[in-house]
Design a protein around this ligand. Structure first.
Ligand code: BEZ
Length: 212
């Protein structure tokens, strides 16, 4: 059966551009982003890995470790990485897994045979410090992912894991959030001293609780 939200992220050991890595040891107590792309030396993937490298500080700020998966061999990763650095004006220093045997790809359901028999699709998993899968997205080869959205989702996941809130459509860090339905308005008023705006009994907003 394929992986679902809330499942424990499968552990693995793999060769990467940063040496042999055990996934759980690599993550430690951090959050993790594990993402696949179809192949080395492809244009969209070049921009995706470059964009990820350019967001290094944003991932670090959020205590997130990033790991890419590619079914190409290590020597190809090393030479392609030079192109990414050159064309995207970055230094790619997060690990790229050499998953020639598709061990990780199969473990995480990154092969979608009706899309491609040989290449992984663009799967992305966000994994919490408890090693549970918090989010999965799957894009086709032809569409590069929006990494601002990945950061936005991480902000929401981290906030909603700490407070009894949910984030509305198109929410961005700093904007008002929604009080979860399981909390009564009376309790919400006590819990959220910045105030609770009741639009409907089931639709209640409060300022983002972890901001000064
Ligand atoms: C790319 O990464 O550029 C790509 C890969 C497979 C199909 C189309 C685009």
């Amino acid at each position: 059966m394929s992986l679902q939200l809330g499942d424990t992220a499968p552990d693995f050991t793999a060769e990467t551009t940063e040496g042999k890595i055990n996934f759980y040891e690599f993550l430690g107590n951090s959050w993790g982003v594990l993402f696949s792309h179809p192949a080395d030396y492809t244009p969209v993937c070049t921009t995706e890995l470059g964009r990820t490298a350019s967001l290094k500080k944003e991932f670090e700020k959020r205590n997130v470790k990033v790991l890419a998966v590619s079914v190409d061999p290590l020597d190809k990763h090393f030479s392609w990485r030079k192109d990414i650095d050159e064309t995207q004006h970055v230094t790619v220093d997060f690990p790229i897994i050499a998953d020639e045997e598709k061990k990780v790809a199969n473990l995480y359901g990154m092969m979608h045979p009706n899309a491609s028999a040989t290449a992984t699709v663009r799967s992305l998993f966000i994994i919490g410090p408890d090693k549970k899968i918090k989010l999965m997205i799957v894009y086709p080869a032809s569409t590069g992912r929006n990494f601002n959205e990945v950061l936005r989702v991480i902000d929401s996941l981290q906030l909603t894991s700490d407070f009894s809130v949910a984030t509305p459509a198109d929410w961005k860090a700093g904007e008002d959030v929604i009080v979860v339905p399981s909390i009564s308005t009376e309790d919400a008023i006590k819990k959220f001293p910045k105030g609770v705006k009741v639009v409907k009994p089931y639709l209640r907003y409060t300022p983002q609780p972890n901001l000064n």
